[in-house]
Ligand binder design. Structure first.
Ligand code: ADQ
Length: 483
């Protein structure tokens, strides 16, 4: 009888599952949620044996109810790791988003909190226990993001205890990795590095982040660095740069849908005499929304002849609403939008259309399509996928990408976009002016550069998980067979 190769499973682990649970008539239903990570990993779930582990966003104490919810998640390949709400809050809001996120994005003034750190450790342990018990020898574990920096080392030690020694672990960070002197401000900087160094492969979005990480390891820990490998505590991890791309076809196909076409037609009619500047950001201080509005106000003040001809449509998707800094930012933006609209509106229109809620895929695609300029002002951003999505929707229209030089995307899409430093309101203003007054010929040339990047680097992050040698080697050498 021929030997049949056992299908190995890709185990994705992230803090949040990409599924949202809803209780309907005593039962639970799960639906796909959205965001940068979900977009980055799109394209793998359907083609591979995948199980995705993560917190489902709610805690369910009742064991019977938990069973029903677990079944609903399993139907979509999800495995829920249920957490006590207080613990989840402290891990997610207090440490991950209150301490790690700002440090990773070069925000100073972070104050360390021991309780939050303990919660972070505990949740990473709970995740490691849950995954270790389910993983089979030969499976490939792929961990994501700053919520789980300790998880790889915890998982490795548990797998060893269970004799599951052929499970490669990959890690992808979706944020920047800061320079060593900044990273050192975190009292537990070395513990976090030790956590990640238990992987076989560690991926960053850009070479700069990768270099920073290697520098932090070499200064903080007793590591051996050889080429792109870091050896620590008996484990060798390869450190790589992996461009995170999008699936442009999702957008080009989407634009052919009748409801999207109708929305495009309607919006084109509404804004027919305007240059439309589009912003799509989570409401997060790293996205530079205050700087964007201030720079736009300079533009309105310095170019009165264009004032009636432009509109900024800013979608600000609510995010991390339990964190104080985000609540304060929300208030600041409301005030700023009100002030600018109050000062510059006329009976013919307002300079800013501010949409502070999540929008549907139909609306999002239509907005990408009808806009003339996409304005991205991140003070720091791992990559920024909105840049690529805008380009995917602009075929033959040649919209202009105005992109912060501090977003990871600028490392790849700098040629073809107008780049600027977002801390300077004047640079934001000048970049808008340049984009609004570019000739069609200039726009076409720029666009073609961007289009090439977006259509070449499709789903590249997802593909990397399967093709990267250092992840493969362990599994290949122990390919499992069954009769
Ligand atoms: P985010 O900070 O979430 O991602 P970004 O890269 O811009 O930022 O991705 C946002 C994603 O959410 C896009 O795919 C977009 O289409 C989607 N989206 C936007 N508005 C939406 C809406 N209203 N409803 C539903 N979906 C919406 C993090 C990092 C980035 C990094 C990504 C991927 O902060 O730097 O590029 O992960 O690695």
């Amino acid at each position: 009888m021929p030997q049949k190769e056992k299908k190995r499973t890709l185990i994705i682990v992230s803090n949040r599952l990409p599924l949202s649970l809803k209780k309907i008539d005593g039962s639970y239903e799960s639906s796909l949620s959205s965001g940068g990570l979900v977009t980055a990993l799109s394209g793998i779930s359907s083609s591979t044996n995948v199980r995705w582990f993560g917190w489902p966003g709610i805690n369910i104490e009742d064991p019977e109810e938990r069973k029903i919810a677990t079944k609903a998640l399993a139907e979509k390949n999800g495995v829920g790791i249920f957490l006590d709400e207080k613990l989840a809050h402290s891990h997610y809001n207090d440490f991950s988003n209150g301490i790690a996120w700002p440090i990773l994005h070069y925000q100073s003034g972070v104050s360390f909190d021991e309780d939050a750190w303990k919660a972070y450790q505990r949740v990473n342990e709970i995740f490691a226990d849950a995954v270790a018990s389910e993983v089979q020898n030969g499976d490939l574990v792929w961990v994501h993001d700053y919520h789980l920096l300790l998880f790889p080392a915890y998982l490795r030690s548990r797998l060893k205890e269970l004799g599951k020694t052929n499970c490669p672990i990959g890690f992808t960070l979706h944020t920047p990795f800061p320079a060593e002197d900044f990273w050192r401000a975190l009292p537990v900087h070395n513990e976090l590095l030790e956590g990640v160094l238990a992987c076989d492969l560690i991926g960053f979005h850009t070479d700069e982040y990768k270099r920073n990480f290697i520098e932090c390891c070499s200064r903080g820990l007793d590591v051996k660095i050889e080429g792109g490998d870091i050896e620590y505590n008996g484990n060798k991890a390869h450190i790589g740069t992996f461009i995170v791309g999008i699936d442009p076809q999702k957008f080009t196909d989407g634009l052919l849908n009748p409801p999207v076409q109708q929305r495009v037609k309607d919006l084109e009619e509404v804004y027919k005499s305007k240059v439309v500047i589009l912003g799509v950001d989570r409401l997060d201080y790293t996205k530079g929304l205050v700087q964007k509005l201030q720079g736009y106000e300079y533009f309105l003040q310095q170019h009165p002849e264009l004032k009636q001809k432009v509109v900024l449509i800013q979608v600000a998707i609510p995010s991390r609403e339990d964190v104080k800094e985000y609540q304060e930012l929300e208030k600041e933006l409301n005030t700023l939008v009100g002030k600018i609209n109050g000062e510059h509106s006329t009976p013919y229109g307002t300079p800013i259309v501010y949409i502070h809620r999540s929008v549907s895929f139909t609306d999002l695609s239509a907005l990408y399509r009808i806009s003339d300029i996409c304005l991205i002002t991140s003070s720091r951003d791992g990559m920024n996928l909105v840049a690529a999505e805008f380009v995917a929707c602009q075929k033959d229209r040649y919209g202009v990408l105005v992109l912060s030089e501090l977003a990871g995307a600028a490392a790849f899409m700098g040629t073809g976009s107008i780049t600027f430093n977002p801390s300077s309101g004047q640079q934001v203003c000048d970049s808008i002016y340049k984009a609004a007054t570019m000739s069609r010929e200039e726009k076409k040339t720029s666009y073609e550069n961007l289009e090439e990047f977006v259509t070449t680097n499709t789903r590249s992050l997802a593909n990397a998980a399967f093709t990267y040698p250092s992840l493969q080697k362990r599994v290949i050498s122990t390919t499992m067979t069954s009769r």
